[in-house]
Design a binder for this molecule. Structure first.
Ligand SMILES: *Cc1c(COP(=O)(O)O)cnc(C)c1O
Length: 421
């Protein structure tokens, strides 16, 4: 459920007409709904009720500080995957002891930044990284709390580019080597081993891969405890999928996911951490774009939009489907017609949808890409010297620009010319 609905024939974000935002900020832009963000966070928090837990929003999904602040004020921690994300979370007011640092290639500089600024834990991905965290901790005279990310070798049954839990993926250490790696960690004086971490992929639409992975984590917990490690926190990653089409089979609900966590891991008396990103932000955001031209081709019509692959790369990168709706609600019974919906960038990959049925549209009409809140704005680029598009946050009947569209001068003046030219 989200808060983007038609009212009196016009698509709204909560109580604000999308067309009003478009008039104020220009197109294209991203718009997020506070109520939807909070609702999704709350679903996870409620799903783990009765268990000692922290929902750490995976901020790489949508990292605007206004979004982070909205979630942090509701009690969320953050999962960060770079030193930059850490600093952004801190700037949004998130305390270090609610920030978890994940990611396969943490540099010594990033480790120094996060360890000196305060961190809840490092999710360690390899033994060489463990050595560096130890060295930096000793240099700073602190102890670094760590979990080790294990790779449970399960098939997440998702798109290959976002599956992370098979043994051939670059993530974590093979679960079969966990004993050895934990024994090594225990010898390093700058580290305190507190738990286990696992994250098997993104946009999972079934519970079974989670069940396989979490069952392996439960066995590993008992095994490591028997070997003398004080395993007391389990970080279970993110990855629960969202419905990208309204026709689609619905992915499992957070409450079902929570019940699975309790069933597989509840008896261990560990603190549970989860790191959802997509499910919190995905359906809480739209990308709104304007039709520039309608072009008739050989046997097909093209809708050419002012938004492009640099603004929303998911269709080009993951063959992702986004529902695209007209901002002006089509009159009942209006006949739909198929369009290829494309952006202006000079690449055939700049195609959002092929032969998509839409009501008849004309230049100037607005369309909204649904489910664009996660991995949308954060993956945007300035390819073709197209400015990063603004982000807007709606709260009831209010809205605010939370990232401005840069001017062309700002973009162009970022280049510096060497003195020999
Ligand atoms: C990307 C990522 C997440 C979030 O995944 P979603 O599919 O957005 O829920 C959580 N944890 C880690 C380690 C990640 O890399």
């Amino acid at each position: 459920m989200d808060h983007f609905l038609y009212r009196d024939g016009a698509l709204h974000a909560e109580d604000v007409p999308i067309s009003e935002i478009a008039a104020a900020v220009g197109t294209p832009f991203y718009v997020y709904s506070t109520a939807t963000l909070l609702r999704h966070f709350q679903l996870f928090d409620d799903a783990l009720e009765g268990t000692d837990h922290l929902v750490c929003y995976a901020m790489k999904a949508a990292s605007n500080q206004a979004i982070l602040k909205t979630l942090a004020q509701a009690g969320a921690g953050m999962d960060v995957v770079s030193g930059g994300e850490y600093l952004r979370a801190k700037a949004a007011g998130v305390p270090g002891d609610k920030i978890v640092f994940s990611g396969v290639g943490k540099t010594a500089d990033e480790i120094r930044t996060t360890l000196s600024g305060g961190i809840r834990q490092f999710n360690v991905e390899s033994e060489p990284e463990m050595e560096v965290i130890n060295a930096v901790a000793l240099e700073l005279g602190v102890i670094a709390p760590i979990t080790v990310r294990v790779n449970p070798d399960v098939d997440a049954k998702t798109h290959a580019k976002i599956a992370t839990g098979k043994s051939e993926n670059k993530f974590g250490i093979p679960i079969a080597r966990a004993s050895e790696v934990y024994a090594h960690a225990a010898t390093l004086p700058g580290l305190e081993v507190i738990g286990i971490d696992v994250h098997i992929g993104s946009q999972l639409t079934e519970l079974e891969p989670f069940e396989l992975a979490y069952t392996k984590v439960a066995e590993l917990t008992e095994h490591l405890r028997a070997e003398g490690h004080n395993i007391r926190r389990l970080d279970l990653g993110g990855g629960l999928g969202i419905p990208y089409t309204r026709a689609n089979d619905a992915p499992p609900l957070p409450v079902e996911y929570g019940a699975l966590i309790k069933k597989t891991l509840g008896h261990l008396n560990c603190e549970i951490e989860i790191e959802p990103g997509r499910l919190i932000a995905g359906n809480a955001g739209l990308m709104v774009s304007k039709v520039i031209y309608v072009k008739s081709g050989e046997g097909r019509d093209f809708l050419i939009l002012d938004g492009a692959m640099n603004d929303l790369i998911r269709p080009a990168m993951y063959e992702a489907h986004h529902d695209i709706v007209a901002v002006q609600e089509p009159a009942p019974g209006v006949e739909q017609q198929p369009y290829d919906i494309v952006g202006p960038v000079c690449e055939t990959g700049d195609t959002f949808a092929k032969q998509r049925n839409m009501p008849p549209l004309t230049p100037g009409d607005l369309v909204a890409f649904r489910s664009a809140g996660a991995y949308g704005a954060v993956m945007a680029s300035e390819y073709n010297t197209r400015p990063l598009i603004p982000e807007v946050l709606v709260h009831g009947d209010q809205f605010a620009v939370i990232r401005e569209r840069p001017s062309f001068d700002e973009i162009i003046n970022r280049d510096t010319i060497p003195e020999w030219l």
